[in-house]
Write a protein that binds this ligand. Structure first.
Ligand code: NAD
Length: 287
């Protein structure tokens, strides 16, 4: 039976460290500021943003939500981000995905200053990740949170065969880059991969980020594999579940993340961690 990679507990521990770092910053008269921009009325996005805001306030972050109507023009949104880029009280900016399709998402995301790009989305920060630059830069929060969780459970990556299912800019691709940088050999699978089991059955580590209900069952994985389930789906009973058939896969895997309580809490804890990182890096530059 697999051990549970407890994202809730690991996130709570990380949040405690973040809270203490914020207290130290406040002693220097510095308050980390996080601005989350949300466009439109998407229910799931509204819920994510509320949760981020609640945790940010609890940890002592100056959290502001910039809610704009779905009718916003591209120029209005670019102006809002430009204002936040110049706002000295804001060190971290997140534009909540998804944006209405009529808006040029790439242009909007790339207008965030790389120094305030808390979800590591700008080409500058993505480039640094791919080149495995040393030094300080933000990385997409979900994959970074997964790396923290794996570290917490002493899961070594060097020399391991890893499979990432999903190739999005926000989860799959940065996840693969982090794993390669950590010394794993990585395959990236996606909707056009002919037979995903050909890869997953041979993998020491499987990270699934597709949003496809029951994509992986116990037949699809190797005995003793580590399984990280990023997916968020509703099952037939309206319960939040991942991509993985948890009950059968946990019998065969060595370790597995639950949904809920796995990757989700790590993502939001990493957002807070990186808000403080950006604040500290900025404060050091100023001194
Ligand atoms: P996305 O829609 O941008 O990407 C999904 C990826 O899955 C694509 O690359 C696609 O090619 C691949 N895919 C789809 N069907 C497939 C199949 N049958 N076989 C193999 N690959 C397939 O989504 P995303 O933003 O990367 O998110 C993926 C999932 O992770 C979603 O369920 C999302 O809700 C969840 N998510 C969770 C967190 C968290 O913190 N827990 C954070 C981000 C995303």
């Amino acid at each position: 039976m697999a051990i549970l990679l407890d994202g809730k507990k690991t996130a709570n521990d990380l949040n405690e460290i973040t809270r203490n770092r914020i207290l130290k910053l406040k002693q220097r008269g510095i308050v980390p500021g996080l601005a989350v921009v949300i466009v439109g009325e998407d229910q799931a996005s509204q819920r994510y943003v509320r949760n981020k805001h609640k945790l940010a306030l609890k940890l002592g972050v100056n959290s502001i939500i910039k809610a704009v109507p779905a009718t916003v023009t591209e120029n209005q949104l670019l102006n809002l981000i430009a204002e936040l880029n110049h706002d000295q009280t804001i060190q971290a900016i997140l534009v909540q995905d998804p944006l209405p399709t009529r808006l040029n998402e790439q242009k909007i995301m790339q207008s965030i200053s790389p120094e305030k790009d808390v979800d590591g989305f700008t080409t500058t920060n993505v480039g640094k990740l791919y080149l495995n630059h040393s030094g300080n830069y933000p990385v997409a929060c979900t994959p970074k949170g997964i790396m923290t969780l794996l570290q917490q459970y002493n899961i070594s990556l060097r020399g391991k065969k890893a499979v990432v299912i999903g190739r999005s800019a926000i989860v799959g691709k940065p996840m693969a880059a982090l794993l390669v940088n950590a010394g794993a050999s990585v395959s990236i699978l996606h909707r056009y991969t002919n037979d995903i089991t050909e890869y997953t059955q041979d993998a020491d580590i499987v990270i699934s980020a597709t949003g496809v209900l029951r994509l992986l069952d116990s037949e699809a994985i190797k005995s003793g594999a580590v399984i990280v389930d990023v997916g968020q789906n509703l099952d037939e009973n309206g319960h939040l579940v991942g991509d993985v058939d948890f009950e059968t896969v946990r019998q065969k895997a060595a370790a597995i993340t639950p949904v809920p309580g796995g990757v989700g809490p790590m993502t939001i804890a990493t957002l807070m961690q990186q808000t403080v990182d950006l604040t500290e890096w900025g404060a050091t530059n100023d001194e």
